[in-house]
Design a protein around this ligand. Structure first.
Ligand SMILES: NC(=O)c1ccc[n+]([C@@H]2O[C@H](COP(=O)([O-])OP(=O)(O)OC[C@H]3O[C@@H](n4cnc5c(N)ncnc54)[C@H](OP(=O)(O)O)[C@@H]3O)[C@@H](O)[C@H]2O)c1
Length: 217
């Protein structure tokens, strides 16, 4: 399955580097400024990366919009038809501008909001708890960073995990999209903890007690 990452911000760069190094095959990097992205790909010495417009990036099977949550809403509304049946990976955390709370109400998540905007696409939540710096070194004290993968389409969750498994993270099936109500809110607590303990922006999850990343049921 072909992958595209959209956006050249902190997460876009981090995801593209990891995908280029481990996912195999061609990775498409979409941006508002393809010439700059091509320069970045050269600087980072990324092989197998093709840069282009956001429009061109819609042709792949798995699309990761690494946009601010608000920009993602506009993007989804504009491209709904073209991304029907595709896997859209939601990495967004709907924090407000001063990081004191959320733009979503209690009982609502950014991932569910995206799925309702894209009813004919398969939204998979992932990487929400993984701050961008962690991508440079996802293994801390011999333990891989956990990535909680969610989705209402089981097959899409499976396909995402299969495609991303070569990356040096531990991917855990974390259930339905509604679990992002918790996952997204927990990310803000992680941020606060990272600032308190002086590790920001190097912070992610490592859950204790799960030996194998194979669900028992
Ligand atoms: N930062 C983290 O550690 C972290 C961790 C987990 C999840 N996330 C989530 O990942 C997403 C991206 O975060 P980020 O930190 O990578 O953000 P960022 O550094 O601000 O980058 C966002 C990128 O989105 C693209 N974009 C497209 N439309 C845009 C618009 N209208 N306004 C601004 N940017 C637009 C831009 O790329 P082009 O200029 O190339 O088009 C921009 O560089 C967010 O939803 C965030 O909640 C972030």
């Amino acid at each position: 399955m072909k992958i595209s990452v959209l956006g050249t911000g902190n997460m876009g760069k981090a995801l593209v580097k990891q995908a280029a190094a481990y996912a195999g095959g061609q990775v498409f990097w979409g941006t508002r400024n393809p010439a700059e992205a091509a320069e970045l790909a050269k600087t980072f010495q990324l092989d197998g990366i093709v840069t282009g417009s956001y429009e061109e990036a819609l042709q792949t099977d798995i699309i990761i919009p690494a946009f601010p949550a608000s920009a993602m809403i506009e993007w989804a509304a504009a491209h709904k038809e073209k991304i029907k049946n595709k896997i859209v990976v939601d990495i967004s955390n709907p924090f407000n501008d001063d990081f004191s709370g959320f733009t979503t109400a209690w009982g609502e998540s950014s991932a569910e909001r995206l799925q309702s905007l894209l009813p004919e696409s398969k939204v998979v939540g992932a990487f929400k708890n993984t701050f961008f710096k962690v991508f440079e070194n996802p293994v801390f004290e011999d333990q891989k960073s956990d990535v909680l993968v969610t989705g209402d389409d089981e097959e899409a969750v499976r396909q995402f995990i299969e495609r991303f498994e070569p990356l040096p993270f531990r991917f855990l099936h974390a259930g339905r999209l509604a679990n992002n109500r918790t996952i997204e809110r927990f990310t803000l607590l992680e941020l606060e903890l990272a600032v308190r303990y002086g590790t920001y922006p190097y912070i992610s999850l490592q859950l204790f007690g799960i030996k194998e990343a194979v669900p028992a049921n």
